[in-house]
Design a protein around this ligand. Structure first.
Ligand code: BYC
Length: 330
């Protein structure tokens, strides 16, 4: 990545009369140099909106994504498993916080984003609208869902907007641990009794297609990809990342001694890409329209959690006011 030059500071610190044309020229130069835009820099409205859209959706996904696994903390099969799962769910909350903070640097307060989420007006990843029915689903979520997230997010570490890229570095490190713990749960079940092995296979069968859909609609239907790639926010298209992910899990599933529920997976020597069976995009669109198996339940739980947390927000506000008053007196 190129280093930022002195023009950066000239424009970043410019007075209000700096023309949009100069800002645009600076922005174009930074993007062309594959360098980074920082919060005080001039940026096109569309770039700011795209980032707010993607980062807030990502933050909401982390927060809603706590629910399927959170539901299993009390039913984890051992103290060790419970401690690991609790740590993972707490990590997801942390990811949400980094991402809301990154969005705030673009001028959108966290409470506004939260209001959008609880009003049911915000998107979050489709995957979290599917149920987690068995302990093996904890394994499949870690292996497939966190695995897909890593595949999608490692390139986002190089996103052109500094706070997003930097947040992704830490998120990806933690997701790697999550992915391995999920794989290990499945490995243990797959090497257990026939019933345990079947439970692991059922979990993989159920979450395989929804995990592939996490990468978004096919490129032909992806409204935002080309502009996001031109701005160096996304580095690869939805289909490129999806086929790359299939190539990863097709090898890993052999170690588990399980199978993927797709007979059409094959490596195309000519294109150098993995191919897979048709996904049910009608189902994806239904989930996005709010009609997936758990959409209503996830939002209800989030609203309840927000209401139950009112006393924490009130206490924090009162504490901050009291602290400010004391500092003024001192
Ligand atoms: N689900 O033009 P496109 C985690 C929407 S959480 C729902 O391709 P884009 C974890 C899309 O928003 C990690 N909506 O969009 C947590 C757009 O709608 P709008 C989650 C989807 O943005 C807890 C429309 O469809 N990761 O790891 O260029 C426990 C057209 O799509 C989905 C992220 O959020 C979907 N799957 O690309 C365990 C990664 N796909 O905005 C694990 C960050 C698409 O026009 N996000 N849509 O109304 C991204 O990389 C990109 O936003 C996407 C979509 C690849 C998801």
């Amino acid at each position: 990545m190129a280093t930022q030059d002195s023009d950066h500071h000239a424009v970043a610190n410019a007075d209000g009369d700096e023309t949009a044309a100069a800002g645009q020229a600076y922005f174009d130069k930074i993007i062309a140099a594959d360098s980074r835009i920082e919060p005080p820099d001039w940026m096109p409205d569309g770039y700011r909106k795209t980032l707010i859209r993607q980062i807030s959706q990502h933050a909401h996904s982390e927060v809603i994504g706590m629910q399927p696994e959170g539901n299993w903390i009390g039913r984890a099969p051992s103290l060790k498993r419970k401690a690991i799962l609790m740590a993972k769910v707490q990590d997801e909350a942390g990811h949400g916080l980094y991402l809301y903070s990154a969005a705030e640097t673009l001028g959108i307060p966290r409470d506004v984003l939260n209001d959008q989420l609880i009003a049911g007006k915000a998107r979050y990843s489709s995957i979290f609208n599917y149920p987690a029915r068995s302990w093996a689903d904890m394994g499949a979520i870690g292996w497939l869902v966190d695995g897909a997230a890593i595949c999608n997010q490692v390139p986002l570490c190089r996103a052109s907007f500094g706070p997003y890229g930097r947040a992704m570095v830490r998120v990806c490190k933690e997701e790697s641990f999550h992915q391995r713990q999920g794989f290990e749960i499945l490995l243990e079940l797959a090497n257990g009794t026939p019933a345990q092995k079947q439970m692991a296979q059922d979990a993989v069968d159920g979450l395989y297609a929804p995990a592939l859909m996490m990468f978004g609609p096919p490129d032909s239907d992806s409204a935002h990809s080309s502009q996001s790639m031109a701005w160096n926010i996304k580095r690869f298209s939805n289909d490129e990342l999806r086929q790359r992910f299939v190539g990863m899990i097709v090898e890993q599933v052999k170690v588990l001694g399980l199978t993927l529920p797709d007979d059409d997976i094959r490596f195309n020597e000519e294109t150098g890409k993995w191919e897979y069976g048709e996904l049910d995009w009608d189902e994806f669109n239904e989930v996005l329209a709010g009609r997936g198996p758990c959409n209503a339940q996830r939002l209800t739980r989030r609203r309840e959690a927000h209401e139950n947390g009112a006393w924490v927000r009130e206490a924090a506000t009162a504490y901050a006011a009291e602290k400010a008053k004391r500092e003024q007196v001192a």
